[in-house]
Design a protein around this ligand. Sequence first.
Ligand code: SUG
Length: 416
Amino acid sequence: MSLVEINFDGIVGPSHNYAGLSLGNIASASHKGAASFPRAAALQGIAKMRANMAQGLTQGFLLPLPRPNVALLRDLAVDPDTDRALLAAAWSASSMWTANAATVSPAPDTADGRCHLTAANLVTMPHRSIEWPDTVRQLRLAFADTAHFAVHDAAPACFGDEGAANHMRMGLSHESPGIEIFVYGRSGGAFPARQHEQASRAVARLHGLDPARALFVEQNPAAIAAGAFHNDVVAVANERVLFTHELAFADPEGTYAAIRDKLPEAEIVIVPDDRVSLAEAIRSYLFNAQLITLPTGEMALVIPTEAWDMPSVRGWLEEMLRANGPIRRVFPVDVRQSMANGGGPACLRLRVVADPARVDPRFMLSEARAESLSRVIAAEWPEQVDPADLGRPSLAQTVRNARARLLETLGLSELV
Ligand code: SUG
């Protein structure tokens, strides 16, 4: 059995829109009311997946969830004319950010030697709290092989859990036992702390992690207050490398020491606040990068073009590349449609270390499949959605048909 890191990107759904639903997510708030471009958004996502495959990475995907969510509209008796935010919640394509779909502990870390996935309850934001039952259905299909995977329902709603966006795994390689770092928030000024410590601890117990190799770390309240609503907006890890902003954690020195204690080979690349301020880090999404190991063994950072275009960030990255650090290459990608809602390259993918042969092949991407996905998207996804369009029966029909065509193309009609 050969374990590799598989990135499962969320395909951007046909109802992608900007409704300003996420308090504490500055991009979401500042694009509230803007027109969105679902077709372009989904094609940007496919292009990112293709670029990563071209670098030799293994790529999978997860599908958009059924929208509009009629159960929400019914259960909250939403009046489409007056309850516009609730209406928009039922139309949100937010499941595209699969870093929030689940927390994943690969087989080498767990007591029973299986890869464990726990769906995230996402209870802090109403539009996201409705994702997990449909997400878990999908995970149970993709990871149906119970000899190798265990898929858990989301933790009860009393403790907020936002999944892999607040979880980092480090180790000498993907295949060797790793340490798992859970980052929770306690407060964030005017903004909510979306990941609760109790949820992180519950996930670690459910997954059967060795307490000696699990760390629970508090996110810096100042980072949340500045708009880092998930830890993956200010830090990312891969194998022995942690790439982090200086102000990511409440106790940075204590966090680095605890990591080095459990993984003496850890290399911690810290971006100081006087080079890239917290505000610039959050605006550019420098840390919402995919930190990947290329087949050559070199590490690369897949960053949003917004980060590459920011002079302070570019200056720091160029210096990093000139020095002899562990991150050797930087690849900018255009995911602007997702970025405008606060989702960069890292938000768009869920990392699962597993043997690809054990995953349902219908969720794995190849060049040929990327081509057929692009064709369905080009033909079926709406070109433009204005927030005023949400609720229109004709748009609802277009969105449903588009998803149905996608499921048909992939042979996944059981997800209808
Ligand atoms: O939960 N945006 C998402 C972005 C999630 C990013 N994920 C990670 N950092 N891993 C969120 O805030 C915006 C929806 C709207 O405003 O219409 C939204 O849900």
